[in-house]
Design a protein around this ligand. Structure first.
Ligand code: GAL
Length: 429
């Protein structure tokens, strides 16, 4: 064979190898250049495993190839457990071990900023926000809470409401009762239900967020928005008499819950409402996604007792960890998450409203349309249980105190521990 022919064979082989690499993509975790089409793995980490949660997430995954093209293989990486405490433990180990997922679910506010941004684990997303025009479509208050030193660090996919009372309409009609608007009404209705052998309030706090969230809604109902906000800024004295009253009301509320609450998840508690064994539950509006996933329609809702006009808010967001594998694919994931199409597909199934302001209300059901109206008209306060009101370390102390209280019902000790936790956080004197 001539020298020329040998060179030709080598060149043809080289081109063939390049072609195969471009066409098939390789499966390692290298960054993929968009010019060759996105490819490789994209790991999305969350705690969305229940009906409405998983269904909403799936919609985003389905939109990914439409919006991003390429051959990206999305890996749905989940750690079950409502409220995400277990998922956060796994995430923390991975982040500290320099093994971040492509992107992960994280609550807007303190959870995002104090866990991951000030500690230098995330990339700023200002260019992406600019390129996508997001500074004009997310409310300013939301942009502020996902930002640090003027730059956004995560893309909010939704707004959830924590202070909702859900009830089984048939149970109320059959017993000639009206769903309660105030805490006083709640206790009266609860007594009537109890007398008939119906569990008044379903609770599933195997994941402790559920009892913390119940406490937060009672604090909000008793104290009102201003004093509730003051709990997180030091303006409200944790030892004051109105806080004592509120904690006693929380204690009383626990007299009306199912006895197996500590072994049930929030969605298993919802099954008690659906079956009519329980009349009500107080839970964030992801419960509406659960109702939908379970095809149950005979439910009603109200702001949790005493909280009319107040929206106890939280948001799920996704960001770009430093050293994220397949960065180009992650950036396109974030585009999907922040897009109008993404938010309009995800939120009706998730039971949340868009973080964007331009979603089409007619794609949403009656509850979510009412939430959209309230989100614009109500006083917004940050959720305690879901990473918005306080720093993660403070929330851990509150969580420990509430978990102990739910077992021992010692309200005075709870109040002391909560007051001490505020001091330890450096917020109270
Ligand atoms: C919240 C989260 C919601 C929902 C809920 C129950 O923390 O923001 O999206 O998943 O937990 O798991």
């Amino acid at each position: 064979m001539s020298r020329h022919a040998r060179w030709l064979i080598v060149l043809v082989a080289l081109f063939a190898a390049m072609f195969v690499a471009i066409a098939c993509g390789d499966d390692d975790d290298e960054d993929k250049t968009p010019s060759g089409g996105l490819s490789g793995k994209l790991e999305i980490f969350s705690w969305w495993t229940t009906g409405g949660e998983a269904a909403g997430l799936q919609k985003l995954y389905e939109l990914y190839p439409n919006q991003c093209g390429g051959t990206v293989n999305i890996v749905n990486s989940t750690v079950a457990g409502g409220g995400g405490a277990q998922a956060r433990q796994v995430l923390t180990t991975r982040m500290l071990g320099n093994d971040p997922p492509g992107s992960f679910q994280v609550h807007m506010g303190h959870e995002l900023i104090d866990s991951w941004v000030t500690t230098n684990y995330m990339e700023p997303l200002d260019s992406l926000f600019k390129e996508q025009g997001w500074n004009d479509v997310f409310p300013k208050g939301v942009l502020d809470i996902v930002s640090y030193q003027g730059k956004p660090y995560a893309v909010p996919v939704n707004i959830h409401r924590a202070n909702v009372l859900w009830y089984n309409k048939a149970v109320f009609t059959a017993n000639g009762l009206q769903p309660p608007k105030t805490l006083d009404d709640f206790f009266k209705v609860a007594d009537a239900l109890k007398a008939k052998g119906i569990t008044p309030l379903a609770l599933g706090d195997v994941d402790s967020f559920a009892s913390i969230q119940l406490m937060e809604t009672v604090l909000l109902g008793k104290l009102g928005a201003t004093a509730y906000n003051g709990l997180w800024t030091g303006a409200t004295d944790w030892k004051a008499a109105n806080v004592t009253d509120a904690l006693n009301a929380f204690k009383k509320t626990l007299d009306y819950v199912n006895s197996d609450h500590s072994s049930l998840s929030w969605d298993q508690a919802n099954d008690l409402v659906i079956s009519g064994k329980a009349a009500m539950t107080i839970m964030g509006d992801w419960l509406e996604g659960d109702m939908k996933a379970k095809n149950f329609t005979n439910y009603g809702w109200l702001p949790s007792p005493g909280t009319e006009g107040v929206y106890d808010a939280l948001s799920d967001t996704f960001g770009l960890p430093k050293n994220a594998p397949n960065k180009a694919a992650v950036l396109c994931w974030l585009k999907v998450v922040g897009s109008k199409a993404g938010q309009e597909a995800f939120n009706p199934l998730k039971g949340s409203i868009c973080a964007r302001t331009d979603c089409n209300p007619s794609l949403f059901d009656a509850y979510l349309q009412s939430a959209m109206t309230d989100w614009k008209a109500n006083t917004i306060v940050p959720s305690l249980a879901h990473g918005a009101a306080v720093k993660p370390g403070w929330l851990t102390e509150i969580s420990d105190a509430v978990t102990a209280f739910v077992a021992n019902k010692d309200a005075a000790t709870l109040q002391n521990r909560l007051a001490a936790a505020c001091k330890t956080a450096g917020v109270c004197k």
